[in-house]
Write a protein that binds this ligand. Structure first.
Ligand SMILES: [Cu+2]
Length: 275
């Protein structure tokens, strides 16, 4: 074989290897993946809501109720902005819950050695917004014998404000006044089909959401709209859900979920429209 033939064969081989390595879905939409898992992005689709108007309306309510604390210099811009829509300049939608569930009659095998969950999930109210606005809790799961196993994860709602009193009301959970710097409320909830609404009865614009699951396969989109669920059960068919507090379900099938098969790396993107 001539040198030029060998070079040509080598080039073809390199091209084939590169083609095999490149993912078929759009990699630009997905965050970097350290371990195998489920990744993707939620992107806004259509005309964006008037976020400045929503923020102005919120700040007016804050000003009337308690300007000094709610609009304090120390409060972050995020706390002083409308909480419903967090959309970045590239259309990434934050605070979207993405999770999976086993198909009917099946269950996930949870391996505590592959721990991805936090020991403590905390929502604070340092001024007049809950922060963070959206969290996932994983209080317990069932082992292969069907026995309930506590993860010992704590879900706390606290009030580190200097002077504000908040009344934390969790749908189906505690409804409790927390004084400034007071003892955190320990929230124990059972797994729910969709995120649970949390509000403050004193500042009635304050809202947050918690999704409670009996497995750890859930994520909340970050500022750029991307999410990552690590250690999801590869090879299994599952139902996937994506849910935004205003737009509702973004997946096909709505509350029933959208069935997908999990590969070693699965890219699943969603579009989100204003309602
Ligand atoms: Cu409050």
């Amino acid at each position: 074989m001539s040198v030029s033939h060998r070079c040509a064969l080598l080039l073809v081989a390199v091209a084939l290897i590169l083609a095999a390595l490149l993912p078929t879905s759009s990699p630009a939409l997905a965050p970097a993946l350290e371990k195998p898992g489920l990744i993707g992005k939620v992107a806004f689709d259509g005309d964006k809501p008037d976020l400045d108007k929503l923020t102005k309306e919120l700040q007016e309510r804050m000003r009337v109720k308690d300007e000094g604390h709610c609009l304090a210099k120390e409060a972050t811009d995020d706390e002083k902005s409308q909480q419903i829509w967090k959309i970045d300049e590239k259309g990434g939608v934050a605070n979207v819950f993405v999770w999976i569930s086993p198909l009917k009659g099946k269950s996930f095998h949870i391996d505590p050695a592959k721990k991805t969950w936090e020991d403590e999930v905390v929502i604070d109210q340092p001024h007049c917004s809950f922060t963070p606005h959206a969290v996932v809790a994983f209080p317990y799961y069932k082992d292969q014998a069907g026995k309930k196993v506590e993860t010992k994860q704590k879900f706390l709602i606290k009030n580190t404000s200097k002077e504000l009193v908040h009344n934390t009301s969790v749908t189906g959970g505690p409804n409790q006044t927390i004084l400034a710097g007071g003892a955190p409320v320990n929230v124990a909830l059972d797994p729910s089909a969709e995120p649970i609404y949390i509000k403050c009865d004193i500042h009635n614009w304050m809202s947050a959401y918690v999704l409670v699951l009996d497995h750890p396969y859930a994520a909340i989109t970050g500022k750029d709209g991307t999410f990552r669920i690590e250690n999801a059960p590869v090879g299994e068919e599952v139902n996937i859900f994506a849910w935004h507090e205003k737009a509702g379900y973004l997946n096909e099938g709505g509350a029933k979920g959208e069935t997908i098969k999990l590969e070693a790396t699965t890219v699943k993107n969603f579009k989100c429209k204003a309602k």
